[in-house]
Design a binder for this molecule. Structure first.
Ligand SMILES: C[S@@+](CC[C@H](N)C(=O)[O-])C[C@H]1O[C@@H](n2cnc3c(N)ncnc32)[C@H](O)[C@@H]1O
Length: 149
C-alpha cells in the first residue's frame, strides 16, 4: 500500500488535483466527504484544483450526453449543477476567477484545446481554492477570495 507521507512532504502545502475525477463518484459514495477528508489531511495553505462535468452549462444537452456516455462506459458519470460543485469548496478560500466554465479560465491551454476548438461550449466547471490557515481566513489575503456561490 502506498503511504502518502512517504512520497509527499506534508509539512508543507501541497496541491490536490481532482481534474475530471469527481464526476465519476456517485452521490451514493459521498464525494463531498471524500474531498473534505482529503483537504483535512493536507496542511493549511494547500490547494484544491478541480474540474467537474457540469449539468447546467448546456442544460438542454447534458442529460442526453451523460446517458450516452454512461451507456458506453464502465465508469458512469454524475454531472453536477454549479451549486453542487460549489459545495465541494465549502470551508475553503475560492480563488479568482471563481467557479467558472473552464473556457473562461485565463491562459488556459486545456480550455483552448478541449473547449474552444472541439466544442463551442465547455462541459466542465473548474476552480481552485486554498485551505486556509485558520478561522480568520477572510483576513488573510482577502483580496484573493471570491464568493463560492
Ligand atoms: C478523465 S480522467 C482524468 C485524469 C487526469 N486527472 C487528467 O486530468 O488527465 C478520469 C480519471 O478518473 C479516475 N476515476 C474514475 N472513476 C474513479 C473512481 N471511482 N474513483 C477514483 N478515480 C476514478 C480514472 O481512473 C481516471 O484517471
Amino acid at each position: 500500500m502506498l503511504v502518502v507521507d512517504q512520497v509527499l512532504d506534508l509539512s508543507r502545502p501541497v496541491a490536490v488535483l481532482l481534474i475530471a475525477v469527481l464526476h465519476f463518484i456517485a452521490d451514493a459514495d459521498d464525494p463531498y466527504a471524500i474531498v473534505a477528508r482529503l483537504m483535512d489531511a493536507v496542511p493549511p495553505g494547500s490547494y484544491l484544483v478541480m474540474a467537474h462535468g457540469a449539468s447546467d452549462i448546456a442544460p438542454e444537452a447534458a442529460p442526453e450526453m451523460a446517458r450516452r456516455y454512461n451507456d458506453m462506459s464502465s465508469a458512469p458519470i454524475t454531472l453536477r449543477h454549479r451549486d453542487q460543485v460549489a459545495r465541494f469548496f465549502d470551508g475553503l478560500g475560492l480563488l479568482l476567477p471563481g467557479l467558472v466554465p473552464i473556457s473562461q479560465r485565463p491562459m488556459s491551454r486545456w480550455s483552448s484545446a478541449c473547449s474552444r476548438e472541439r466544442s463551442p461550449k465547455p462541459s466542465m466547471r473548474g476552480a481552485r481554492a486554498v485551505r486556509t490557515p485558520g478561522k480568520n481566513w477572510l483576513m488573510w489575503r482577502s483580496t484573493c477570495w471570491v464568493s463560492p456561490r
